[in-house]
Design a protein around this ligand. Structure first.
Ligand code: NAD
Length: 355
């Protein structure tokens, strides 16, 4: 495999593929069989030098990289607006292609990329790596195994306090902004949570620190069974809310961070409903009094142990014709259309129909 765009994320792939899983979990240190990154091309001289210092062959041009018959797979990890032209070029050169997220700037671009992969007869995959996130898979398990007895609301948030990073991420022409950057992950996860359809979408963008691109957003997705999924990205949040907050009829779950710290609280006795009212200076409330310990139970979150190498294992199996892509192009298109619906809703200032 060769990398086009050896920046932060291109190098992450180099480390994963050539050195093994880098962070946490039971898979740390494990490598991916039969895959090596051997070269790269970047327009920045410093990144070309970095490649050479890290045992990669720095190709002098994109054409030279695409013309190398030893390369089976090209990873496109450049700024977003370059994904479409580079992916199509690599497919036309007869390479299988992995493209970083967001796959493209809009669904029209994505359709052209899908058409090019069909024409070339090559595998084209999109790196929606956060489908292997530990926190997301724990929530998916809680939801799909009905561990809270009928989930009616899922809240998924990522909060930072540094605004939109500079450079291409703050440039609309490059596909900057937080809907395309982080939204693409958490909205993709939302759509993978269930087989249900999203009937209605309400989106609202923020421009607190940046006028040119959205520096955050929230979106409310109403699924056909009535479940509400609240997705939110904030970049001016000096206090972060939990990564996940889930409400079911019989319990609630929270995951605080990316590391799976959290808990489930489940009701054990609905009938014991007596409460000692809370007294405050200005009044009292029984409704909001905390439950007594004998009517609820605290439980640990389920364990899932995802293996991020499975993205590439599946990609290789798809090239060999043994498996279908886990991150199907249909699912990537659906997320792209959902982001377009969020932009449309934000523009109109009201909910829009989706599926
Ligand atoms: P970056 O700015 O660190 O790296 C981009 C690199 O592309 C730079 O080194 C730049 O010089 C190079 N480049 C620009 N134009 C080029 C061209 N025409 N040919 C070759 N190289 C070129 O950005 P990044 O953070 O690495 O992001 C790259 C991509 O990865 C983006 O699409 C981003 O959304 C995605 N990304 C994905 C994740 C994830 O978790 N999946 C995380 C971060 C970034």
């Amino acid at each position: 495999m060769a990398v086009v765009g050896l920046g932060g994320m291109g190098n992450w792939h180099r480390e994963l593929v050539n050195k093994g899983v880098q962070f946490g979990g039971v898979h740390k240190g494990k490598k991916i069989d039969c895959l090596r990154i051997t070269g790269s091309y970047d327009i920045k001289e410093a990144r070309q030098q970095f490649a050479a210092q890290n045992d990669l062959h720095p190709y002098n041009s994109l054409e030279e990289l695409l013309g190398d018959p030893k390369i089976d797979i090209v990873l496109v990890s450049t700024p977003n607006e370059l994904h479409k032209p580079l992916v199509i070029k690599a497919l036309e050169a007869g390479k299988n292609v992995v493209c970083e997220k967001p796959v493209a700037l809009n669904s029209k671009e994505l359709q052209k990329m899908i058409d090019a992969s069909k024409k070339a007869g090559k595998v084209f995959a999109v790196h929606q790596n956060r489908r292997w996130d530990d926190d997301y898979l724990r929530i998916k398990k809680i939801y799909s195994e009905n561990m809270l007895g009928g989930v009616f609301r899922i809240e998924s948030r990522v909060h930072g306090s540094r605004g939109v990073p500079g450079g291409w991420r703050a440039d609309p022409a490059c596909g900057g902004g937080m809907v395309l950057d982080w939204g693409v992950h958490i909205l993709d996860q939302a759509l993978q949570m269930t087989d249900g359809k999203v009937k209605k979408v309400y989106g609202s963008l923020t421009n607190i620190t940046n006028e040119l691109v959205d520096d955050g957003f929230y979106a409310e997705l109403t699924f056909d069974d009535g479940m509400i999924f609240h997705a939110e990205v904030g970049t001016n949040n000096f206090i972060s809310l939990p990564r996940w907050y889930v409400l079911g009829r019989d319990g609630s779950a929270v995951i605080e961070d990316f590391y799976g710290n959290g808990k489930i609280i489940r009701i054990t006795d609905y009938n014991k409903n007596d409460a000692i009212p809370i007294r405050t200076a200005a009044g009292l409330t029984k409704t909001m009094a905390p439950r007594t310990k004998d009517t609820i139970k605290e439980e640990s979150l389920p364990v899932v142990n995802p293996d991020i190498r499975d993205f590439y294992n599946n990609f290789i199996a798809a090239i060999e014709g043994k498996e279908k892509l886990v991150v199907s192009l249909e699912s990537v298109m659906r997320t792209m259309k959902l982001m377009e619906a969020i932009f449309l809703s934000a523009k109109k200032g009201k909910p829009v129909k989706f599926e």
